[in-house]
Design a protein. Sequence first.
Length: 339
Amino acid sequence: MEREKSLGESEEWPSIEIFDYSTDVCDIFLWDFSSSPRLDSLADIAEKHVRWINVDGPCSEELLNEIGTVFHIHPLVIHNLRNQFQRAKVEEYDGFLSVVTKMIYFTGDALTVEHTNILLGHNYVLTFGDTKGDVFESIRRRIQADARVRSMGADHLVYLLLDAIVDGYFDVLETIGGQIDDLEDSIMEQTTKQHLLQIRAIKKNLLRVNRHIWPLRNVASLMDKESSELIHPETEPYLRDVYNHIVQAIDSTETYRDLLSGLADLHFSNISYRMNEIMKVLTIISTIFIPLTFIVGVYGMNFKYMPELNQTWGYPVVWAVMVVVSIVMILFFKKKKWL
């Protein structure tokens, strides 16, 4: 049986989405602060049920303290929930496990890094995100549609959350890989100064992704190896799978960094090749005119019979020819994209 309750949401508060499920039941609702200002009932979880409480958006200190009181969360963890500069890590406290990670995704063309906290209890999972929106939509659908997922414990839900975050890394890396391929085609077609700026922008995004993936590898490894009553043995193989995916993502970042270095070398090689081609053409032109200039310099064009000397318009015509030649050369250089 499955049902959904739609309650009003106040814009003055973060979005609190609640999944309360077991093998046969899945209730989903948004917390309504206007009708239920206190959160005491959030901890009233039925036997053999798992409750996932997803908090999206910035929380006030008072709200975090109330959540901490309801679920008996250590004050240090509550204090660190507002610290967005923490590295990914996992820490075990009395009765719950704290996991800090980074959710990474593209918002338009901008890379977004969202600080995410996951708290695992015996029969509940709390997730805190900085902004509204996440990469957990596939998990929501699986919980509603798959009774086998609902039969798993809260630790399996944490695995699903970590796996979705890591899948988000692969989506970001796939986008960056596409950008690198497009940039390579563009550089091969015509090298410009803009390409170097694009290489630098992609490299900065790649470094940001790599900086947040590395610590998460240790998180998945520790959750798999360290014994905790909150992590059941049947969940450990899934966590090892997450660890393998993280290592694969790290390998992909290293590969893309090498590709970007190769693109930078290709960019400078193309510039050097283009400059050599320009110099070759100009050298040919100069070589043709060197003997002509030498002959003219020796004789000085001081011949007795020069019909142009007796022409009234000879001088302005020569000036016109020089101007036309200069304009034609400029147009030729622009057509060749040398200017």
